[in-house]
Design a protein around this ligand. Structure first.
Ligand code: ADP
Ligand code: MG
Length: 627
């Protein structure tokens, strides 16, 4: 088949518009986004959205903003006409959402568009119908502000229309676009109708209130306030505790200078901050507002402005990572898992302007936070095996706490069952007051440690807690480059696939850095010759297999740091106290003290809480005391 050669001819203007519009206007949701941004730029305080047929049939948006003068209506729908910037210089510091002057023109080229607007000084509204030729404004009725009525999107552009999905899908995209904008503008009220039915009503609020309206009460209850400033950059908002992690990434909202963006680098920094406390395939939930000096930012990268470019991306990455790591670490020791309690007594920390992180934590949190100073002070030395973790700290920074703990704890031998003593002596209780996690009373079901502190009862999942402690120790030891290794007298040899053998050969350095000496001993078998001392008592073959599985999964990832921590978490799993092991009170108290001194001890490596607090008030409630 031959293709006939045709003469080069300029495209008709209208066709150029239609092609260009495709970049920005893909579907009803992209129209809605542009129209909402215009209303925000016009200082609207209330916006009403009426969609029909998923927005394909009709999108009508009314705002109470400053409106458009009658003689500017035609310009509003003219390409590259804008009231927002005058020069390239202004582009740099543009504070408005729009600036290209293209959106209305693009929409008008692919749909029927009608504008009705009235400014403050005008005795009545004016309307302009872009589909009528010639386009002269006509007097109309209407209150202050602007209404944009868009019908039959891509009605005359079948090539584009066929990319639209069902009405339900398009509606869902519109809702998402609206949520993204509404989260960043809590001081604007929104109402949404679909096919004449009311769908959403978000009254004026603040960030926390709007987050609650859109993301739900549970998100608020389970989130931590972020408010970190530094010179020219600030990060504010809410991040969910790891325990609130979800299988889907549908609650991730990142804004840069008020604009919702997809930024892979920042998204990575956020994930990285959670890497220690989140199980691999779980997704963190967050609403984060990053503010940078506009002159260090290029928002003109993508026609829909969904992407931005930072002048110093590396510094932004480091700032976000650091701010969130701090916020998550500060939460250690805070009352965790309170959603399971009959009567939650904690008030969630809400964003407060210009303060430091987490100013409104409950009292236990303050105590827990003091413990942060002691993190990583003790490193594993020599060839102590994992049981040594239960010994009281050799030289704890916090002497008084240590004395109280050891003095108060009666000694039981390891093998002996540890029935709960019926009560603690009064002086012991006093010292328990000083201990954030209190003193152990006993062990329940071979899984939980019950302890008593000033606020009431503490219940600890000992397996999860121990796993977290071992993980933090492995990490600290590796960071300090003093991870004690234990050579195995008899190497552990096991059958492996060729792929496993290849992995081992490829990742020798990574494995060595983790204290694992793993070598091929034939085409289909591997030998473990040394492991970190902390893990020497566990099931070594299982440990090696899990590490290999992780390496295979993370194979393409090149961020060694992240990979390393994931591997350490896998390894820590194998070291941990198995359920049903009976602990003496000494051992339990040693574990509690270790938890207090371990960063992020309130989350296990899979994001589950490691302990919960039952307050006096909650206990009294259960027994109707004082009512
Ligand atoms: P841009 O937002 O990039 O300037 P648009 O095509 O979206 O381009 O809008 C063109 C112009 O129309 C805007 O600069 C603004 O002056 C005016 N305009 C559009 N929508 C509104 C509105 N809801 N209220 C007031 N003015 C508006
Ligand atoms: Mg615009």
């Amino acid at each position: 088949m031959t293709i006939e050669r045709r003469r080069i001819t300029p495209l008709p203007d209208r066709l150029i518009s239609q092609i260009a519009a495709g970049e920005v206007i893909e579907r009803p949701a992209s129209v809605l986004k542009e129209i909402l941004e215009n209303a925000i730029d016009a200082n609207a305080r209330a916006i009403e959205i009426r969609l029909e047929g998923g927005g394909i049939r009709r999108i009508m948006v009314s705002d109470d903003g400053h409106g458009i003068e009658a003689d500017e209506l035609a310009l509003a729908i003219t390409r590259h006409a804008t009231s927002k910037i005058r020069s390239l210089n202004e582009l740099e510091s543009a504070a408005t959402m729009g600036f290209r002057g293209e959106a209305l023109a693009s929409i008008a080229s692919v749909a029927k568009l009608r504008l009705v607007s009235r400014t403050e000084n005008s005795p009545h509204a004016w309307q302009l119908d872009a589909s009528q030729n010639p386009t002269e404004p006509q007097a109309a009725s209407g209150s202050h502000g602007t209404t944009i009525d868009i019908r039959q999107l891509f009605g005359e552009v079948p090539a584009r229309r066929k990319f639209l999905r069902t009405e339900n899908t398009e509606y869902a995209h519109c809702l998402k676009a609206l949520e993204r904008i509404a989260l960043a503008h809590p001081h604007i009220a929104f109402r949404l109708f679909h096919n004449q039915t009311p769908q959403r009503h978000w009254p004026l609020s603040d960030t926390a209130g709007r987050c609650e309206a859109i993301l739900g009460r549970e998100f608020i209850d389970q989130s931590l306030a972020v408010d970190v400033h530094h010179d020219q950059i600030a990060l504010q908002g809410l991040i969910a505790r790891p325990a609130f992690a979800r299988a889907r990434n549908d609650k991730q909202f990142l804004y840069v200078n008020g604009r919702f963006v997809h930024d892979r680098s920042i998204a990575h920094a956020i994930r990285q901050a959670y890497a220690d406390v989140l199980h691999g395939d779980r997704q963190p939930a967050y609403v984060l507002f990053l503010t940078v000096n506009p002159s260090t930012l290029d928002v003109n990268v993508h026609p829909a402005k969904h992407e931005v470019r930072f002048r110093d991306g590396g510094a932004v990455y480091a700032f976000v990572l650091n701010a969130l790591q701090k916020t998550l670490a500060h939460a250690a020791g805070e009352v965790a898992g309170h959603e399971n309690l009959p009567q939650p007594t904690t008030t969630p920390p809400l964003p407060q302007p210009a303060s430091t992180t987490n100013t409104s934590l409950p009292p236990t949190a303050a105590a827990g936070r003091q413990q942060q100073h002691f993190q990583f002070q003790r490193h594993e030395q020599g060839s102590r095996n994992w049981r040594a973790l239960y010994e009281p700290p050799a030289a704890p920074a916090n002497r008084a706490l240590h004395d109280a703990a050891t003095a108060a704890a009666p000694t039981f031998s390891d093998s002996q069952a540890s029935p709960a003593p019926s009560s603690l002596a009064a002086n012991q209780l006093e010292s328990a007051d000083e201990l954030p996690l209190g003193l152990a009373i006993g062990q329940a079901h071979g899984v939980y440690i019950i302890a008593q502190n000033r606020h009431g009862l503490v219940i600890v999942d000992m397996h999860a807690a121990h796993e977290r402690i071992v993980y933090e120790r492995l990490k600290a030891a590796i960071n300090a480059e003093q991870l004690p290794q234990q050579e195995l007298l008899v190497p552990v040899v096991f059958a492996a696939t060729e792929a496993d053998v290849a992995l081992v050969e490829e990742h020798q350095t990574t494995l060595a850095a983790l204290g694992l000496q793993l070598q091929p001993v034939g085409p289909a078998s591997l030998a473990v010759r040394a492991v970190p001392t902390l893990l020497a008592d566990g099931d070594i073959e299982a440990l090696a297999r899990d590490v290999l599985a992780d390496l295979a999964a993370a194979g393409q990832s090149n961020r060694l740091e992240q990979q390393r921590n994931e591997l350490l978490a896998t390894m820590a799993c194998h070291s941990s106290v198995r359920a049903n092991r009976r602990l003496s009170l000494d051992e339990m108290n040693a574990l509690l003290r270790d938890m207090e001194q371990t960063e992020r001890a309130d989350q296990c490596n899979h994001g589950r809480p490691t302990w919960v607090q039952w307050t006096h008030k909650q206990l009294d409630k259960l027994f109707w005391r004082g009512e």
